[in-house]
Design a protein around this ligand. Structure first.
Ligand code: S3P
Length: 435
């Protein structure tokens, strides 16, 4: 991939109405369940990002046929639970931890061997969190010292287990539930803190008997998935960059339309509310079983907070944006209990701390968070470490900075948010490529 750098100049106020692209978590899952179902599923609002396209390409190699009637739509011709075909090709998940971890569970139950690989960032990320419990279920998965590539042996007989993951992770839970479809007996996951429940809700929609409540999910193997159509809501995690931007840039008033508001995703709204933000939720409704609404965000001066520990898992992808909100707020913000950030697409605590320091912000890095002293953000040159959410966070910081922020290595924004720059500039950002 060729290197792309951006410069974010002072801009705003942010005004207008936007719809951000489809949810990444729901898009990955809709492909997987559509593929394993009997019949044809029509997905609307599908995220045309590199992560979700990588999952589609992998399922395509395994014999699933897709049609793309229009951008953001897929028709999935399901092959049934036992209809995937093995391939000698390696299966490339690109940058996508969700793709790799969920597919590890799905492939552990197949009759054929498969090999999952990823890009440089994904190749550094921990996989034992899924391969260990899948091994307890009877899977055999070889790793490179706990990291990708994953070589998954086929033809293994799986049995259900009750598992208590040591970290709150929807990816771990989902990998086990996917393997559980192929297992004898009951697979149960009991989490230390509830995580996003899209796997559970989608299994239910596809007709698989499942019992679940926040933090608990339980299913038996041996049923059938029946195709259903899926409406993918707009991704809260993509909306987050615009929510924070409108909170911190004076004079802003921005409407974000039809955003998915799954309660396990919206911790950022609670955090910003504690910081004094002016965000209203309008037109609340449900779509495809998920809560969606329009968010109207108006500028109001934020103040620093000690972030409550219990909302951390509900905003795990939103921390890079929150670091910028904290840097723009008055006073100190303390973030603890967020060590998981160190094993995302980059070490997000280090990436944000180093980047904000380069922009003159006073920040102390902690093993599981940071202390951020709000104040003036200056111009600077930062490295996104190829992490989409770090790149977009510094694009927001640039709106307020006293000089331009040059952001290195932004190509991976396309993994989750194709068209970010155009959408951002349309509502008042001043963002461009470095030539
Ligand atoms: C995801 C779960 C989260 C999140 C990721 C998407 C999912 O990871 O960070 O972007 O779709 O299940 P963890 O569950 O590992 O925290």
């Amino acid at each position: 991939m060729s290197r792309i750098d951006w410069t974010s100049h002072q801009g705003g106020p942010l005004r207008g109405e936007i719809t951000v692209p489809g949810d990444k978590s729901v898009s990955h899952r809709s492909l997987m369940f559509g593929a394993l179902a009997e019949g044809t599923s029509h997905i609307r609002g599908f995220l045309e990002g590199e992560d979700t396209r990588a999952t589609a390409a992998i399922l395509g190699k395994l014999g699933v046929r897709f049609e793309t009637p229009a951008p953001g739509e897929r028709i999935v011709h399901g092959v049934g639970l036992h209809g995937l075909r093995g391939t000698a090709d390696t299966l490339d998940c690109g940058n996508a931890g969700t793709g790799m971890r969920l597919l590890a569970g799905l492939l552990a139950g197949q009759a054929f061997d498969s090999t999952l690989v990823g890009d440089e960032s994904l190749s550094r990320r921990p996989m034992r969190r899924v391969t260990d419990p899948l091994g307890e279920m009877g899977a055999q998965i070889d790793t490179n010292d706990g990291k990708p590539p994953l070589h998954i042996h086929g033809g293994r007989k799986l049995k259900g287990i009750t598992y208590h993951p040591p970290v709150a992770s929807a990816q771990i839970k989902s990998a086990l539930l996917l393997a559980g479809l192929y297992a004898d007996g009951t697979t149960e996951v009991i989490e230390p803190h509830p995580t996003r429940d899209y796997t559970e809700s989608m299994l239910k929609a596809f007709g698989w008997p499942i019992e679940y409540s926040p933090g608990k999910a339980k299913l038996d193997g041996g049923h059938t998935l029946r195709a259903v159509d899926v409406d993918v809501p707009a991704d809260f995690s993509s909306a987050a960059f615009f929510i924070v931007a409108a909170c911190i840039v004076p004079g802003s008033e921005l409407r974000l339309k039809a955003v998915g508001l799954n309660p396990r995703r919206t911790g950022l709204l609670a955090a910003l509310e504690l910081m004094g933000a002016d965000i209203t939720v309008e037109n609340e409704r449900t779509s495809g079983g998920e809560d969606i609404a329009d968010l109207v965000v108006r500028y109001r001066r934020l103040h620093g907070v000690a972030l409550p520990l219990d909302i951390v898992p509900d905003m795990i992808d939103e921390f890079p944006a929150l670091f910028v909100a904290a840097a723009a707020a008055e006073g100190m913000t303390t973030i603890r209990g967020a060590a998981e950030l160190r094993v995302k697409e980059s070490d997000r605590i280090a990436s944000m701390a180093n980047g904000l320091k380069a922009c003159g912000v006073l920040i102390d890095e902690l093993p599981d968070g940071a202390m951020i002293r709000g104040g003036q953000i200056h111009g600077g040159t930062i490295d996104s470490h190829g992490d989409h959410r770090i790149a977009m966070s510094f694009a927001i910081a640039g709106l307020l900075a006293s000089g331009p922020i040059v952001i290195g290595d932004c190509a991976n924004v396309a993994t989750s948010f194709p068209g970010f720059m155009e959408l951002a500039n349309g509502v008042g950002f001043n963002l461009g490529p470095v030539r």
